[in-house]
Design a protein around this ligand. Structure first.
Ligand code: PLP
Length: 391
């Protein structure tokens, strides 16, 4: 991609004035490792998503890893079978592989780029998983009513990878508040940024306690006092030893006060950012409706990019690049076509995800794009694009 690209897929959401504010705070700060800012960011984030607990970590990938490990430690799971989306990001799937889960991939639904309901039902019937993981791709909500029904029917927990959908809502409920846990990413170019960063949300306070522990080496220190006392008593831990007691098999995936300071200020802008992303999406839809297959029930679509399916993707990519417009595959395409998965399983077919892998492309949407920018992108795109018909 040339350096002088003009219409980028993503731009930094951290402004100079936020950096100045951070610098001022930094000079006076007495502690930079996880402390009050992290707690405040977590609490503000919980209020925003409308969940009871949030845990700030150093990336969206770590958020998924934390969910996978904490669920194992919680004893909530009846087995280690998990269904994950074929159309996802590598670290939506790999934490589960790394921790010894038996991962079954589920095909995609063109209507919202989420889980194919028919395939999901088939997999649940066949494998009786304890967990379904979904991704709300590019901000589009999955078919939540149907998925929640399937979860109930097969006694399966739901995890939402919401890394591309911060701010999106269905029926006035924020994505990331439907399942046992959800993950968010605050990497550069996401809806909000803490440089690197991620969050895990849950309404299960026992699971949240485990998460806080697993985030920090698996130690006891971060437990609420009442629960801590119970664990100390049950395990006959001495006062001397208690600060150095490890309850779970943990990681160190904490973030810092600096990143949390940024997050607190970034979160103040999220409603405005989501509204702009929705507005930009509407402009795309007006100009490129015939190239777009998504028609989902997201009330507020905090859109991450405009997805299309093209017969001549390479030609369009070359043309857009010449015009200084960035574009990319839809997330990373089909996970079963990625080398790490092919080494494991070559047999299964995922017809919809395979099509998206071969023909999918998405165009930029972020809060710094103006209507005229998008009209220009649409005009250049339409000059070359040949629609893939008959999905
Ligand atoms: C769906 C999804 N999940 C997880 C991640 C990982 O987030 P991070 O880059 O913060 O590790 C991404 C990254 O873009 C993503 O798109």
């Amino acid at each position: 991609m040339p350096k002088d690209i003009r219409y980028k897929l993503a731009e930094d959401t951290i402004t100079n004035s936020e950096i100045k504010k951070l610098s001022k705070w930094l000079i006076k700060a007495d502690r930079l490792t996880q402390n009050k800012n992290v707690k405040k960011f977590e609490s503000n984030f919980s209020k925003y998503i409308k969940v009871t607990n949030s845990t700030f970590v150093n990336s969206g990938s770590s958020a998924n890893l934390l969910i996978a490990q904490s669920l194992l430690e919680s004893g909530l799971l009846k087995n280690k079978i998990v269904i994950a989306p074929t159309l996802s990001w590598a670290t939506t799937v790999t934490p589960f592989l790394q921790l010894g889960y038996d991962v079954k991939l589920c095909d995609t639904n063109f209507k919202n780029l989420g889980l194919s309901i028919d395939h999901l039902e088939y997999l649940c019937k066949k494998f009786k998983p304890s967990l379904i993981v979904l991704v709300h791709v590019l901000g589009h909500a999955n078919e939540m009513e149907k998925i929640l029904k399937i979860c109930k029917k097969y006694k399966t927990f739901l995890v939402e990878d919401t890394c591309e959908a911060l701010g999106s809502m269905v029926k006035r409920k924020k994505l990331g508040s439907f399942g046992i846990a959800s993950s968010f990413s605050f990497y550069y170019g996401h809806h909000i940024s803490t440089i690197e960063g991620g969050m895990v949300c849950t309404n299960n306070s026992n699971l949240a306690n485990i998460m806080k522990s697993v985030r920090s080496h698996g130690w006891l220190r971060d437990y609420p006092q009442k629960e801590k006392n119970k664990i100390i008593k049950k395990n006959k831990i001495s006062k001397f030893q208690s600060r150095f007691s490890f309850i779970y098999s943990g990681f160190n995936i904490r973030s810092t006060e600096i990143n949390a300071f940024l997050g607190i200020n970034q979160l103040k802008k999220i409603n405005q950012i989501s509204r702009i992303r929705q507005k930009n999406y509407n402009v795309y839809l007006k100009h490129l409706k015939r190239f777009h297959y998504q028609d989902c029930k997201t009330n507020l679509l905090s859109n991450f990019g405009f997805a299309t399916m093209l017969l001549n993707r390479d030609e369009v990519f070359d043309h857009l690049t010449r015009k200084k417009i960035e574009c990319r595959p839809i997330i990373a395409g089909n996970m079963s076509a990625q080398v790490f998965w092919k080494k494991k399983d070559k047999k299964e077919k995922y017809p919809n995800a395979e099509k998206i892998h071969d023909y999918g492309l998405y165009l930029p949407n972020h809060a710094n794009l103006k209507k005229d920018d998008i009209v220009y992108i649409c005009k250049e795109f339409s000059k070359k694009a040949k629609l893939l018909k008959n999905l």
